[in-house]
Design a protein around this ligand. Structure first.
Ligand code: C2O
Ligand code: CU
Length: 490
């Protein structure tokens, strides 16, 4: 007892005598301990339920306190009711060769053509992609279990395995498919292709041309071909050009020698579009645009990002360089208004999706990471809705880079940009370029139950945490990120 009585005083004397050592040690601990705790907290478990991550955001609507992600209809059950045989049946075999991927032996893979209303059945066969793969139907609002997101809507398909996707192509338009397993590598490496849903009564006098843009290791390509592609078309021929941007950045395009009309954006026809001349069109990553061009006697030429070109008939500039027009088509005012089919004035939920950046740890890695509403992945909002809700999102880009934002399973209509209301054709999107400092208001009807990714389609950004989800109440998860199949959607 005697021995312990003077202990505090002795320690104190020692600390005072050694303050030159003690002060820096304490200061270091004050910094290091919280950093270590932050680092450790940020580390993701080997496997986790995406729906259990983050925090539920009910957007001012009902639900708080009673919605559970582990109760309800499992995602795996959210499939297309299987009545009747398929109208379109395709087998897509995926092969990996180093950093490159092919689908049925080429990249892009085959274009899938369907007619609206068709039952589409695609069998994905993984030949040798060792880390597993999936197919996501970008822009097609398929039932949730067909959405192809590894760890959220299915397990990654391993070498030698198959997975059958079934959905009804219920809207006309230009779409594409791509892997959603380790997508920042597999999409870049070419695991992708186009999907076109044609109207029942097409116009046979219009020539159709898909233009799938992709930057390979070897360079930028148009349907896999570098440089200029020429389409034989006589003067007076109408050509519908369906452009798909599968890259991580914006693809500016412009037309020389002819005017063009923007027929459709992200698969939805525009209302009252008129021909434009001398303006470029900025196609967001993941986005699609359908252009109508009437081929003039001297031909027309479309330049894509100044790297590839499509010539219709003759080349009006004989292969000479063209320059990008300064002015771009602004869809906020293009075309004429029409009924939106939803009432955003009486929305059931209002969400904010504020994109920023801050230093922190992402799965144990220190860095300057993307944030959503100030939070780092996976502590990002789980936007929670009920089926039938009218939902309004305010997307604000407060970061130093642009973000092509993509919501799965739904099409949203743009209401305003930077407070300026949309006054042109209804502008429905699934891939929306949100520039630095911009704010968009978009609205949609929550009519497709499931757990849906809502992320940046600059895929390295998604891999760096710019990922959130839209979740329906009454839906339960069926899959986990990580685990045995190594599910890794980004
Ligand atoms: Cu085109 Cu989540 O993807
Ligand atoms: Cu981004």
């Amino acid at each position: 007892m005697e021995h312990w009585a003077g202990y505090p005083q002795r320690v104190w004397r020692l600390l005072r005598a050694r303050w030159r050592v003690v002060v820096p040690v304490v200061a270091t601990l004050v910094v290091l301990v919280p950093l270590t705790v932050m680092w450790n907290n940020s580390r993701l478990p080997d496997s986790y339920d995406m729906a259990a991550m983050g925090y539920a955001d009910y957007g001012g609507g009902p639900g708080a306190g009673r919605h559970r992600h582990d109760e309800g209809v499992p995602v795996a059950d959210l499939v297309e009711p299987a009545d009747g045989p398929a109208d379109v049946e395709v087998t897509l075999t995926v092969h990996q060769d180093g950093r490159s991927f092919t689908v049925n032996g080429s990249s892009p893979g085959p274009t899938i053509d369907a007619t609206v209303g068709d039952r589409v059945e695609v069998t994905l066969v993984n030949d040798n992609v060792s880390e597993g793969t999936t197919l996501h139907w970008h822009g097609v609002d398929v039932p949730n279990a067909m959405d192809g997101v590894a760890g959220v809507t299915q397990d990654a398909v391993m070498p030698g395995e198959q997975f059958v996707y079934r959905f009804v192509a219920d809207r006309v338009g230009t779409y594409w498919y791509h892997s959603h397993q380790i997508s920042h590598e597999q999409v870049l490496g070419g695991l992708l292709g186009a999907l076109v849903v044609h109207p029942v009564e097409g116009d046979p006098s219009v020539l159709e041309q898909v233009v799938l843009l992709h930057k390979y290791d070897s360079g930028p390509a148009l349907n896999g071909a570098e440089g200029t592609t020429t389409l034989d078309a006589p003067a007076g021929q109408e050509v519908r050009v369906r452009v798909v941007n599968t890259d991580n950045g914006l693809a500016p395009l412009w037309v020389t020698g002819a005017a063009y009309t923007v027929l459709a954006v992200d698969g939805t026809d525009l209302h009252g579009p008129t021909p434009v001349e001398g303006q470029r069109y900025d196609l967001p990553a993941g986005g699609r645009v359908d252009l109508l061009i009437v081929v003039p006697a001297d031909g027309a030429r479309i330049d894509f990002a100044g790297t590839t070109a499509l010539v219709l008939g003759r080349d009006p500039v004989d292969g000479a360089q063209t320059t990008s027009p300064k002015k771009a088509v602004d869809l906020l005012t293009y075309g004429t208004p029409a009924d939106l089919g939803l009432d955003p004035e009486h929305a059931d939920r209002h969400f904010e999706y504020r994109i920023g950046k801050r230093p922190g740890f992402l799965d144990g890695r220190p860095g300057n990471w993307w944030t959503i509403n100030g939070h780092l992945f996976p502590d990002t909002p789980m936007y929670t809705v009920a089926e039938g809700d009218v939902v309004v999102f305010e997307i604000h880009n407060g970061s130093d880079d642009t973000h092509p934002m993509h919501l799965h399973g739904h099409h949203a209509v743009v209401l305003s940009r930077d407070g300026k209301p949309a006054t042109g054709s209804p502008w429905w999107v699934d891939s929306l370029e949100v520039g630095v400092g911009e704010t968009f208001e978009i609205a949609f009807v929550a009519d497709n139950p499931g757990i849906w990714m809502d992320h940046c389609h600059n895929l390295p950004h998604a891999q760096q945490g710019l990922v959130s989800h839209l979740m329906y109440m009454g839906v339960a998860s069926s899959y986990r990120i990580g685990g045995e199949p190594g599910n890794q959607p980004e």
